[in-house]
Design a protein around this ligand. Sequence first.
Ligand SMILES: Cc1cc2nc3c(=O)[nH]c(=O)nc-3n(C[C@H](O)[C@H](O)[C@H](O)COP(=O)(O)O)c2cc1C
Length: 206
Amino acid sequence: MTIRARVRVAEGMLLAEGIEMRAAVFFATRESHTGRIAARIATDLRAHGAEVDVFDVRTDTPLEWSRYAAACVAASVHAGHHEPEMIAFVRRYRAELDRLSAGFVSVTLSEAGAEDPTRSSAERERAAADVRRMIDVFVTDTGWRPARCLPVAGALAYSKYNFFVRFIMKRIARKAGAPTDTSRDYEFTNWQALDRFVEQLAVKTP
Ligand SMILES: Cc1cc2nc3c(=O)[nH]c(=O)nc-3n(C[C@H](O)[C@H](O)[C@H](O)COP(=O)(O)O)c2cc1C
């Protein structure tokens, strides 16, 4: 079922007037945090009156692009690269994502360092440069330059790592000034910043 987006003029923003909006959220994840981010994006879009379908690009079947008026892509980074299935997906559907002016959410631990107020400005800038480089690599790998892009701090999911990965991640965390107590998991995502980003995606000017 498709519902009508509400007419709303607020703080200078004009939301889609009488336009039926259906949105697609595509995500790729390894330890599931980006799945939670995709669910939040969907909730936010629904709050703006859109019907939303969420796709895990690793497992979900191809879709009918003509049904959608908006889209958002979210992928996490492992070993310097966004998930390979997302790179393949975006390469394949670049034209459709361009048509929908899709947003891109890049999920990394480096962004947690870039946002951490307890770190020096030099450390934060180094982390931010890492984030930019990983997004640039994604743009080069896919040929897709998203209309809007948001770097998002991910999680340290120690409970989900095997012994070897936990060992490596603890070493990376120590170097990065992130938590090293592996008896619990940590989440660094700024959910309000994500909500604001989705608000911009939901805004359709005529
Ligand atoms: C094996 C491994 C490699 C990672 N490599 C990077 C990296 O190169 N750069 C980075 O910023 N974050 C890195 N991360 C952190 C992940 O991007 C972060 O944990 C993210 O929240 C994972 O999202 P997901 O649960 O959706 O897969 C790595 C995490 C793991 C477990």
